[in-house]
Each structure stands twice: as C-alpha cells, then as structure tokens.
Design a protein around this ligand. Sequence first.
Ligand code: NAD
Length: 503
Amino acid sequence: MTATEIEIALVNHWIGGRPAESKSGRRGIVWNPATGEPRAHVAFASPAEVDAAVANAAAAFPAWRATPLSRRAETMFKFRELVDANRRKLATILTMEHGKTIADAMGEVARGLENIEFACGVPALLKGGFSEQCSRGVDVYQIRQPLGVVAGITPFNFPAMVPMWMFANAIVCGNAFILKPSEKDPSASLYMAELLQQAGVPDGIFNVVQGDRTAVDRLIEHPDVKAISFVGSTPVARAIYESATRNGKRCQALGGAKNHMLVLPDADISMAADAAVSAAYGSAGERCMAISLVVTVGDVADPLIEAIQARMKNVKVGPGLEPGNEMGPLITREHRDRVAGYVANAGAEGATVVVDGRRDPVSRGPGFFLGASLIDNVRPGMDCYNDEIFGPVLGVVRAGSYAEALQMINENPYGNGTAIFTRDGGAARQFQFDVDTGMVGINVPIPVPVAYYSFGGWKTSLFGDLNMYGPEGVQFYTKSKVVTSRWPDPGTSKVDLGFPQVR
Ligand code: NAD
C-alpha cells in the first residue's frame, strides 16, 4: 500500500523525496473520529531522523536557491493544478482523520489553494528596491534572499491549509522546508509531499517528519534550521517562540484564541444569528477563528438567543463523509470529554446552560461526537469564559454598554479575531479603531484574511514580529541584503580615509 491510499497502516516520514520508514520504535495512534476506531499508526521521529531530514534539505537547498524564479513559480503553479484536480481526494483524507465534514474540508483545500496561488506570483513580491546615484556614480539596491532550511509545526485543525500557509511561500522563495504535522491527522502531509514531487519540487526541498515534542525540540535546536513557523495552542506557541529565539532562530508562533462577536442593539438579528451559529459550530468549533463568545449590548440578547436556538435545532451532526451533515465529531475522545466538562461545569459557575449538547443522542455514539451547546450569562472569570474550549460551545455575555463590551474584549489575553454586527457604519469604524485584536470582521464572523494579506492575532495569539502568509510570509522566509555599488571610473578614484558620505 502506498502513502497516497486512504487505508494506510503506518504513516511514515517523507525525507529526500521518498517515504522514510521510522526506526525510532515510537509511534502514536491516528483515530477515525467518526467511528472512534484507530485508523492508522503514525511514526514518531527520533532526533536522528530529524537530522536526516535536515541534512537532505540542506543538501538540496543550494541548487533550489539557484533555480530561476520563474521556474520556482512554475513548479508552484503545477502544484496548484494538481491540488485543484485532486481537491476531493485531499478533502477525503482530511475528513477521515480530522472528522470535519467533506464540505468543510473542501473549503479548507480552497483556502489553502489561495495561498498556493499567491505564491505563484511571488517573483513580483521579491522585487527589491533600487536607488540610483545615491552618491556620484554610486547606486544602492536591496535584494531578498532565502534563509536556507526552515521548519513548520502545524496543528490538527487544518492539516492541509496551515502547512500551505507556510510551505508555499517558503519554497517559492527558495528555501528547503521541513513539515512536522500534527500527529493526530498526519496523512495529508504525505499526500501533499507526493503532489509537490509530481509538480517538480526537487527531492529534499519538502520533507515531512512525523512525531511529537521530540521532533519539534530537535528542529528547534538544530543549527542548520534557520526559522521556525508554528501554529497551535498558546502555551506551546509561547514555549516554542522562547526556545527558538533563544536558539537564534527567526520565529513566528501563532497561538490560540477566544473570539468575541459583538452584537449591537441595531444589528440585524437574523443575520447575527446565522453568523453566530455558523462561526461557533462550523468544524465543531475547532477553528482558531471560531466565534466562541457572543457579547450583546442592550436588549438584543433575548431575541438573539431565541434566533440562535431556532437555528441550532436544524444543524445536522454526523459523520463528515455522509452528505448533508454539517457538523462532525471532535478530534479525540479525550478532547470531546474535556469540552463536555465545560458544559457540565457552567451551571455551577453561575452561567445558564440553554442548550446542553451532551443530551444530543449523537453524543452517545462510539464516535467522538458532541452536540452543540449554548450557554447564557457567561462572565469573565468563569472557566467557560476564560479558557479556549475549542469545541461546539457558544457562550453569551450580556454587556451593559459598548464601553463595557469593548473593555472585556481588550482585557482578554487572546487577540486573534473579533467581529461586530451592526447597521451603524460609525459604530463599526469606532470598533475597528478601538479593538485590540489582529483581525476584525464587520458583519463578517470569521475574518480570515485573503491570501494577499497576512494572518495573525495580537497578544497571546501570536508570538513574533511577522504574521503568516501573504506579504509578511514572504518577508519571514527571506532576509534582506543591501548592496552599495560603484563601477570603477579611474578618473575619480583616490584614497580617502574619511567616513563615506554623499559627494
Ligand atoms: P497543539 O499546540 O497541541 O499542537 C500543535 C503542534 O505542536 C502539533 O504539531 C503538536 O505535535 C506540537 N506540540 C504539541 N505539544 C508540544 C510541545 N509541548 N512541544 C513541542 N511541540 C508540541 O495544538 P493543536 O491541539 O494541534 O491545535 C489546536 C490549537 O491551535 C488551538 O489552540 C487553536 O486555537 C490553535 N490554532 C491557532 C491558529 C492560528 O492561526 N492562530 C490556527 C489553527 C489552530
């Protein structure tokens, strides 16, 4: 059986352009969340296996770096065509290991493709600057060059899109890339490796090491790895940023989120309810841009809750591969139980459980399903407010005023995304001006920037200076060099020990 087939026994590494069988003796289980059964094993790389991937990448880098920009872009374009032609297959792999519905998985692939498309045009973005005649006969210009071997560590919730956020720009800028995917849904990484190879990406330029913290630690410590991109939970993001920068590496580490959706009294209730249900329960709430809290101002709470409840009744929960289902299972049994624990505890904390997803019959099946929950009267300080639950649980916070709501959002340690629902352009503009988050939606609940902008939160949702993908992604994966040049004109040459200045 090859790694591209969906029924696989052991998910291995991909090093130097071929599957690499793990010899570490360590492995984990990949579950099918819809059935609750083990689907495959995944190899856990040893430090020596990481070293082998880095050595392959380092060996492949010089030739790739010297490859003309148009050729690199052409390769990415071929990859784009291959992903486009195989959207369904890639989406099926995602659904089988992550659990998200096939429609949602197709959406993930589509958003990943945007990043590939952006990378196809990256030669234009690599254009530097040129200043003629900075001094007599002296020109100054800036160029951007790749870093070398770079690594990306990705979360379980977007096993194709988040790696594409990273490797599309990294590779087209001339780097060699090592991906350490989530051990919970690792197969998409191997399928993408095969497609990249078919597209003409040279062996060693894209490698995959499967595994856990051991692999990550070695990537961070390895002297030949020049940059670390990370997406995952905040505690891990913080630790990775600290250790990567301590090891002298460039690092962007994107963390978790608690995204508030502010609903002003003049909002269209129907539109706000549609948005809240879609953004809270889509992908079973396992999105870093999911709306997990609705903050109401004035007397909008009761009609909004009524409208949300009416819509929740129609959300079809079931296996992601079955057509018509809108919400799949959670990633693991432990995670499902952890999420259910927040619902169980909410009443004791003083909140009101309006809809208890644990009572949904789907929650009793062998798969890792949990029905959608709605909790009213949530307040800062409660666990269901403070923690990133990362499941199908929507909290409603009743704020007395816009000022109170804004203060709550700005005091939250996370600052990934937020949204405002209103018909008042002035209020929306004021919110955009005031709010301390990196991505803002105005009557748009999940404001994930298109690929030609860059993605990143504020506060504990991102550690590092540069956001991911888009123009900042290009900046992250290249370093700037400034050249000051003069071509000899013997007539003007003389010894001058003074500090160089414009003449
Ligand atoms: P996670 O932090 O558990 O794991 C992310 C990656 O880090 C995985 O590859 C994992 O193997 C590795 N890892 C886990 N623990 C580690 C450790 N101690 N040392 C080194 N590596 C470690 O996150 P997850 O559960 O896979 O993903 C969900 C989280 O990711 C949520 O918090 C979500 O908000 C966040 N997320 C953020 C964004 C964003 O753009 N900000 C996007 C997607 C997901």
